[in-house]
Design a protein around this ligand. Sequence first.
Ligand SMILES: NC(=O)C1=CN([C@@H]2O[C@H](COP(=O)(O)OP(=O)(O)OC[C@H]3O[C@@H](n4cnc5c(N)ncnc54)[C@H](O)[C@@H]3O)[C@@H](O)[C@H]2O)C=CC1
Ligand SMILES: CC(=O)C(=O)O
Length: 315
Amino acid sequence: MKKQNINRVVLIGTGAVGCSYAYSFINQGVAEELVLIDVNELRAEGEAMDLNHGIPFAPTPVKVWSGQYADCQKADLVVITAGLPQKPGETRLDLVAKNTAIFKTIVKNVMDSGFNGIFLIATNPVDILTYVTWKESRLPKERVIGSGTTLDTARFRYMLGEYFNVDTRNVHAAIIGEHGDTELPVWSRTTVGLEEVETLIAKNNKYSQKDLDDIFVNVRDAAYHIIERKGATYYGIGMSLVRITKAILGNENSILPVSVHLDGQYGHKDVYIGVPAVINVEGIREVLEIPLNQEEQKQFDHSVKVLKETMSTVI
Ligand SMILES: NC(=O)C1=CN([C@@H]2O[C@H](COP(=O)(O)OP(=O)(O)OC[C@H]3O[C@@H](n4cnc5c(N)ncnc54)[C@H](O)[C@@H]3O)[C@@H](O)[C@H]2O)C=CC1
Ligand SMILES: CC(=O)C(=O)O
């Protein structure tokens, strides 16, 4: 029997994203057990060996091993980063057919173990694969979560922090919608410190709406820019996934823009998409419905439409 108070996370997919997650997980002392699974068993084994050699320098004790699907039975959280990444020029939506097929097998294997915890999904297109996981697992929607626009929001806050020359933690902002080309910034709710960006622009002529629009385009296209240069993105998402993991295992009631199932919020149903939600040990405690202006709502509706159209090709 698993001892009480021991948290186990199973990571499926030990490629670039999975290993960045594992590395941050160990360095941030997130939980007591981390199990690595990959279709390439040797890879998972090698990564476990390598990570274990850093454990003397980790902030808290942790057991890491390359395991089997049976290890999911006692897991609190299963994180999936397995599947194909984009090649230069490919969109996230281009990956939908192949990664859906991979997911159907993975989710079945996890559920066959008797798993009854929370899923956290990162594989692209993340909103659609989170929906696939929810359908295939038959778990309550609150316990199936996608990384959504957490990474995009981190990029946005970082770039706004640079622009206004303030600590990025004092930038309160969110990217919502598809984690992909139709995502949108919620400018109407963006504040730096306690000031609205609109006021900051009006007060100081070194700032402009044009610069802010360029910042959003750089956020939206960041993955393309990085993939062109180094072939893949992984550190940012690894740390984003650890942030969500800590919100869950630490029962934090933190608000993060994750991919959640909408059931009427924002005027939409039966879709997984990135919006702010309260996260704790139960998974999604509450989906927050932040007021959007007319233009933001229009862009959000478009994002839902694109996701539903793509989803209809695989579900
Ligand atoms: N949600 C987000 O914000 C982000 C998502 N991603 C996505 O994460 C995914 C992974 O990307 P990378 O790690 O760069 O790819 P990668 O190719 O480095 O790693 C993928 C891993 O999945 C494994 N795998 C494939 N099929 C499997 C199966 N059936 N069972 C178990 N393992 C399997 C592979 O052996 C490989 O180790 C991609 O879909 C990528 O687009 C990447 C960055 C950000
Ligand atoms: C690849 C990807 O989804 C990202 O870096 O945003």
